[in-house]
Design a protein around this ligand. Structure first.
Ligand SMILES: [Zn+2]
Length: 254
């Protein structure tokens, strides 16, 4: 059996049997994979007790073909992000980030940058009161790394630049933002108007800012409730469209 050793975030855990669990790992260098943890729920578990999700570990595992089930043979705790268990809002944000990472990445596709921003996000969520800002930032950075970030600084139809603070009309099927004229004038191939909804300029500006913001710039961000709601609506619609399915944890962060 070929074994790999890697840093890994445990993103999901499910029961396999009365004594064993299946863990979904997002590893630093081997991408995402699922592995069977034999006997993990036994009193004398080789993993030190039942395995909990949302922690950073050093894992040793066998690698199976995409979609297959590997075998987890060793696990050493590195970071448990205790603050996530002490604050429901942060726990929900972390759960949503984990579900997004699972849904948006294929198995065994090494994504060290995504591993890095995900670990960083869970670490920060463990000690913050600004879970909204951290989660929005994770989402726009994840979209960027996946090549799926919609342009928010210009109209995707006429390419006219959007002035800062000016709102627009977001259309998931069109893949981005439409100016007022194009939102009214651009029928699709069947002659239908595009499905688009209005997004305030502040929300678009904030998403653009967070996509490029350094760690030391996050403290400058203040989001009004209405702005955060607009940002959430835009991202939820975009994820739903690109993933082609709803996310279970979406209602926790809406
Ligand atoms: Zn336009």
């Amino acid at each position: 059996m070929n074994l790999a050793s890697d840093d890994a975030l445990i993103l999901a855990v499910s029961d396999y049997s009365e004594t064993s669990q299946i863990v979904t790992l997002f590893t630093a260098h081997n991408g995402k994979l699922r592995a069977l943890a034999k006997g993990s729920k036994r009193p004398k578990s080789p993993f030190g007790g039942p395995i909990d999700r949302l922690q950073l570990v050093q894992a040793v595992f066998s690698v199976r073909a995409p979609g297959g089930l590997g075998l987890l043979t060793e696990l050493a705790q590195r970071e448990t992000f205790p603050g996530l268990r002490a604050n429901l809002r942060n726990f929900y944000a972390a759960s949503y980030a984990a579900e997004l990472a699972i849904a948006a990445t294929p198995d065994l596709d090494p994504q060290p940058e995504i591993f890095k921003i995900l670990a960083d996000t869970l670490r920060r969520l463990s000690s913050t009161t600004e879970s909204d800002i951290l989660l929005f930032r994770f989402e726009v950075r994840l979209l960027g790394l996946l090549g799926l970030r919609p342009p928010l600084d210009q109209c995707v139809a006429c390419h006219r630049l959007r002035e800062p603070a000016r709102g627009g009309f977001f259309s998931p099927p069109v893949g981005g933002l439409l100016c007022r004229q194009c939102a009214q004038l651009q029928p699709d191939a069947a002659g239908r108007q595009p499905v688009a909804f209005k997004v305030a300029g502040k929300a678009l500006d904030a998403l653009l800012f967070l996509a490029a913001a350094g760690d030391d710039e996050l403290g400058r961000v203040r989001l009004a409730v209405a702005t955060a709601a607009d940002m959430r609506r835009l991202l939820a619609a975009h994820w739903q469209y690109v993933l082609d399915r709803p996310l279970r944890a979406a209602h926790w962060v809406s």
